[in-house]
Ligand binder design. Structure first.
Ligand code: FME
Ligand code: ZN
Ligand code: ZN
Length: 408
């Protein structure tokens, strides 16, 4: 049993565990320490390192391995540096110690989401460089802040910057999810996040009376309509084995607010919903449906958006897309099974796809339960190391895709 790394530990695993110990945990991530760590890696690997401060205190770090043909567009390997908070009392080990048990499981916040991927990119590049390879296309590794709370101080701003355009990204890889089976999952689109607050107003009065037109009754109607829709989508998913989670629209009631006392009927109450809208849904019609449910509940029921993504995009997964052909060919050649899905939640890939860059979400973790944002998030060191092998095959294939019409 070891918790700190031992003589015979693979150096890539030791590096991964060092990165896990940096507390880039929301809501107060230590971004400075992460950037310093990445600068050190750039130095070690002989890569240039650019720091782009997209908002005060929010730095995007870009490590670049130049290709031999600068006229070609580049490959962007993206990962976020922040991680979500923990409920420490529910963890078997300190989530920021990077404890490794006797079987080789590494426990820690970010082991799956997504410090593993950041280190796998770096270690694959290191290995390829050491072996003396070079490829036509430039490879940029971007390490972005703020993803876990929406990327509004990260990728959303970065894609608008001249420094981003100067990267000339032709294709991007970003995060995916673990797969508990022997197969790997790749994500070619994602659902649109809509956070909706419904506010209902009505007549107040004494809690002992049958007051007409109360805020609570009307809010109840809206909640019922939305939860009935939820059930319909749930059934649709459950009854069709070909449908995966990302292909239907989900919604959860996540907050109920209002009221001041047991015996005072409040004049206002609200409910908050987290919608994830499937990419084939007509968003205009869906918004009209939401308004219709509010209207049907009565007077004085309104809705507002805290998040409203309106640019769903799908990266083609057929041979019309040369990036897909190169990506999927590697899995065929390695005899690995790949399952293509729509990402059920939200990642920074949406910003990349929205500015026209084809992007695939991929975190090389098979035979691994999905534990992102969960207690005891962990990854087996062998799965982590296998991921480096996979990128060591993927990067040459992607960075050698011949010139495309979009390159000129
Ligand atoms: C509105 S942005 C929220 C982003 C977050 N991403 C990862 O978990 C998510 O809830 O999907
Ligand atoms: Zn993530
Ligand atoms: Zn996350």
């Amino acid at each position: 049993m070891t918790s700190k790394g031992s003589e015979d530990e693979h150096p890539s695993v030791t590096l991964f565990r060092r990165y896990l110990r940096i507390r880039t945990v929301q809501p107060k991530p230590d971004y400075g320490a992460a950037v310093a760590f990445l600068e050190e890696r750039a130095h070690q690997l002989g890569l240039s390192c650019q720091k782009v401060e997209v908002a005060p205190g929010y730095v995007v770090t870009v490590l670049t391995w130049p290709g031999t043909n600068p006229s070609l567009s580049s490959i962007l390997l993206n990962s976020h540096t922040d991680v979500v908070p923990v409920f420490e009392e529910h963890w078997s080990h300190d989530p920021f110690e990077a404890f490794k048990d006797s079987e080789g499981y590494i426990y820690g916040r970010g082991t799956q989401d997504m410090k593993c991927v950041s280190m796998q990119y770096l270690e694959a590049v290191r290995r390829l460089k050491v072996e003396g390879h070079s490829f036509p296309r430039t490879i940029h590794m971007t390490f972005v802040p703020d993803e876990e709370i929406g990327g509004h101080h990260g990728m959303e701003l970065f894609v608008e910057r001249p420094e981003f355009r100067a990267l000339r990204a032709g294709f991007a890889l970003d995060e995916g999810l673990a797969n508990p089976t022997d197969a790997f999952t790749v994500f070619y689109s994602e659902r649109s996040v809509w956070w909706v607050r419904v506010t209902s107003t009505g007549r107040p009065g004494h809690g002992s009376r049958f007051i007409e037109d109360t805020a609570a009754e009307k809010l109840h109607k809206v909640v019922s309509s939305i939860l009935a829709f939820r059930e319909k989508e749930r059934q649709r998913l459950q009854s069709n084995p070909h449908l995966k989670e990302g292909a239907v629209t989900s919604v959860n009631l996540t907050k109920l607010e209002g009221g001041v006392a047991y015996n005072v009927v409040p004049a206002s109450m609200s409910a908050a919903f987290d919608f994830r809208v499937a990419p084939d849904v007509d968003l205009k019609a869906f918004e009209e449906q939401l308004h219709a449910w509010c209207q049907a509940a009565g007077e004085g029921v309104t809705l507002e958006f805290a998040q409203k993504w309106m640019k769903p995009r799908v990266t083609p997964i057929d041979d019309s897309n040369p990036w897909w052909s190169a990506f999927s060919r590697v899995f065929k050649d390695m005899n690995l099974t790949l399952e293509a899905e729509i990402f059920p939640a939200t990642t920074d890939s949406r910003y990349l796809r929205a500015v026209g860059i084809p992007a695939l979400g991929f975190s090389p973790m098979n035979c691994t339960p999905v534990l992102l944002h969960d207690h005891d998030e962990r990854l087996h060191e062998a799965v982590f190391l296998r991921g480096i092998d996979i990128y060591t095959q993927l990067l040459p294939a992607l960075a050698s895709v011949p010139a495309l019409p979009s390159d000129s």
